[in-house]
Design a protein around this ligand. Structure first.
Ligand code: AMP
Length: 505
C-alpha cells in the first residue's frame, strides 16, 4: 500500500467526504490534501534541516492532521505532542528532537524558548497566501521515501526521560496492509479516542485514511461526560470502536451505552492493555451483535501485530483471554532468561520479529541496543518485556511483565520514570513508586518518599510534591498517594523491600 497515494486518491475522488470530525467541526479529504500540500511546500522552502523530525503540539483539532501530513509530504517525520504533556516533558522532547521549528496548533501555557513556533495564525496566513497566488493544486509528488521516519512517538523511559520510537513509512504501510483486513477493507466511521501522541490513535487514524473512511474524534473534555460521549457516537453513526479496554469499561457506566442505542457499532477493536473476561462478558451482554477484537503490540512494532475475535466460547474456555494470531510478515516467540528460544506453550519473555519493527529509539543507542538485537535465526528482533507464550496453534497469550513497565488506564508508564523525576525534586532523597490493584487490575499509584527527619511531613508538603511532579510528568503519571518516610524498609539482601511498602498502604 502507498498511504499517501491512498489519501490523494480519496481527495480526488471524493473531495467533499469528511476525513475527520471534531465535535461540530470537520475537515474533508479535499481540504486535508490541499492544506497539507501547501504547508509541505512551505516546509520545503524553509531552512529546516533535511529529514529533521518536526514536533506537532495540540489535542484534537484539524490542524494536527494537516501538520502531520505536511511534515510527511515534505520528507520529515512528525512528533505528536498532546496537551496532556506538561512543560518539562515537552521541553525534553523539543531538546531531544532539536528541530528549529515546531507546529503548535494550540498555545501552551508556558514559554517555549528559542524555537520558532508556527501557530494556527501563521498556518492560516500560509494557506491564505497560497490561495491568493492561485495555488490550487500544491500537489502531487511528495518527498517522502518508504524508509523515511514517518512519525516518532515518545514513550515513558525508565531513565526519567522519554524515548522516541521511530516508525518508518514502510513500517506503517506493512501494518496497514494487515490492519485494513481487520475491518474487511471497508470504509466506515472510525472512533478516535486515544490522543495522537499514543500510537493506538494510528489504528483509527490511518486505517481510516487508508480505507477512505471518516474518523470521528472524541476530545478529553467530551469524554468527561459519558452521556454526551454516547450521544455523539450515536449522532455520528460510529462503526469501528478503537480504544483501550479501560475506556470501554468507563463507558459501561452509562446505561445508554448498549447495542440497541448504538446499533451501528460493528466492531470493538481493543489494544494497549489486558482485556479481561469480565469486561468481554459485560460487552457481549450489552452489545450482542458487535464483534470484540483483542489486539496486541508495543509502539516499537507499530501499533499491534496480533488479533483475535473474542467469542463467548473463548471466554468460557480460557482463564486468560488470548491476544491472538500474529499477522503475516511478523513473528513472535518466547525466550528464557538466557535468551534461549522456548517451545510452543512454554512461558517466557515475548520477542517480536518482522516488517513493522522500529529502527530503534531516536538518538538513543543504549536503549536501542538493549531492546533490539539479531536473533539466532538472523532476524532483527525486539524484546518486549512482556511475559507470555505462543501455543501450538500460534495463538499468543500475555500474562505480565518482566520489568517495571505498567499500564494504568491504558497509559504506558515506567515506574522508574516517575521515581527518577521524584528523586529530582527538592529535599527528596529517594523515591519508590508502587501500584495498587483493584479486582486484579492496576487502579492507582502510590509514591514513597525518603526524606530527612527535619523536613516537613504535612499534607501541604505532600500536595506540593504532587504539584511539582505534575510540572514534569503527565497527570496520569502522578501518584494519587504520597507517603513520606525517614527510612526505607530493606530486605535481608539490602534491597528496597517493596513488599513491605505495599503492606504499608
Ligand atoms: P504501548 O507501546 O503503549 O502500546 O504499550 C505496549 C504494551 O502494552 C505491551 O508491551 C503490553 O505490555 C501492553 N499491551 C498491549 N496490548 C495488550 C493486550 N491486548 N493485552 C495485554 N497487554 C497489552
Amino acid at each position: 500500500m502507498n498511504i499517501l497515494d491512498r489519501i490523494r486518491e480519496t481527495a480526488k475522488r471524493e473531495p467533499e467526504k469528511k476525513a475527520f470530525v471534531f465535535e461540530d467541526e470537520f475537515i474533508t479529504y479535499g481540504q486535508l490534501w490541499y492544506r497539507s500540500g501547501v504547508l509541505a511546500k512551505w516546509i520545503e522552502k524553509s531552512s529546516i534541516g533535511p529529514k529533521l523530525p518536526i514536533p506537532v503540539y495540540g489535542h484534537k483539532n484539524s490542524f494536527m492532521l494537516v501538520c502531520f501530513l505536511a511534515c510527511v509530504r515534505s520528507g520529515h517525520a512528525y512528533v505528536p505532542m498532546d496537551t496532556n504533556m506538561p512543560e518539562k516533558r515537552i521541553r525534553d522532547i523539543l531538546e531531544t528532537v532539536n528541530s528549529p521549528v515546531a507546529f503548535f496548533t494550540e498555545l501552551p501555557s508556558f514559554e517555549t524558548g528559542d524555537i520558532d513556533i508556527i501557530d494556527r495564525e501563521k498556518i492560516c496566513t500560509i494557506l491564505k497566501c497560497a490561495i491568493s497566488y492561485g495555488l490550487t493544486d500544491p500537489d502531487s509528488k511528495y518527498e517522502n521515501k518508504k524508509d523515511d521516519i514517518h512519525y516518532m512517538i515518545f514513550t515513558s523511559g525508565s531513565t526519567g526521560k522519554p524515548k522516541g520510537v521511530q516508525i518508518t513509512t514502510r513500517n506503517l504501510e506493512n501494518y496497514l496492509d494487515w490492519a485494513e483486513t481487520l475491518v474487511e477493507n471497508k470504509s466506515g466511521i472510525f472512533m478516535n479516542q486515544a490522543p495522537f501522541s499514543f500510537d493506538l490513535s494510528v489504528m483509527d487514524t490511518y486505517t481510516g485514511l487508508a480505507t477512505g473512511s471518516t474518523v470521528v474524534c472524541l476530545n478529553r473534555k467530551m469524554t468527561e461526560n459519558l452521556e454526551k460521549t454516547v450521544d455523539y457516537l450515536k449522532k455520528n453513526k460510529v462503526n469501528y470502536w478503537v480504544s483501550t479496554p479501560s475506556f470501554a469499561e468507563l463507558c459501561l457506566g452509562n446505561e445508554k451505552f448498549n447495542g440497541e442505542n448504538l446499533p451501528e457499532i460493528k466492531k470493538f477493536l481493543f489494544c494497549g492493555e489486558t482485556l479481561t473476561r469480565q469486561l468481554a462478558l459485560k460487552l457481549i451482554s450489552r452489545f450482542p451483535y458487535t464483534d470484540i477484537i483483542n489486539t496486541y503490540g508495543p509502539t516499537e512494532t507499530t501499533v499491534c501485530i496480533t488479533a483475535v475475535k473474542i467469542t463467548e466460547e473463548i471466554i468460557n474456555e480460557e482463564e486468560m483471554l488470548p491476544v491472538g494470531y500474529v499477522k503475516a510478515g511478523s513473528g513472535m516467540y518466547a525466550i528464557d532468561k538466557e535468551g534461549g528460544r522456548l517451545s510452543a506453550g512454554e512461558r517466557g519473555e515475548l520477542v517480536i520479529t518482522g516488517n513493522t519493527l522500529s529502527l530503534g529509539y531516536f538518538k538513543n543507542e543504549e536503549q536501542t541496543k538493549k531492546h533490539f538485537y539479531m536473533d539466532t535465526a538472523g532476524n532483527r528482533a525486539y524484546k518486549t518485556g512482556d511475559l507470555g507464550y505462543v501455543n501450538e496453534d500460534g495463538c499468543v497469550y500475555v500474562s505480565g511483565r518482566a520489568d517495571d513497565q505498567i499500564k494504568l488506564h491504558g497509559y504506558r508508564i515506567e515506574l522508574g520514570d516517575i521515581e527518577k523525576n521524584l528523586a529530582g525534586l527538592k529535599d527528596v532523597d529517594e523515591a519508590a513508586v508502587i501500584t495498587e490493584k483493584k479486582d486484579g487490575k492496576i487502579n492507582s499509584l502510590a509514591a514513597f518518599i525518603l526524606q530527612k527527619p527535619e523536613i516537613d511531613t504535612s499534607y501541604n508538603r505532600r500536595k506540593a510534591i504532587r504539584r511539582e511532579l505534575g510540572n514534569r510528568l503527565p497527570a496520569y503519571m502522578v501518584p494519587k498517594k504520597v507517603i513520606l518516610l525517614n527510612e526505607f524498609p530493606m530486605t535481608l539482601n539490602g534491597k528496597l523491600d517493596r513488599k513491605k511498602l505495599e503492606s504499608m498502604l
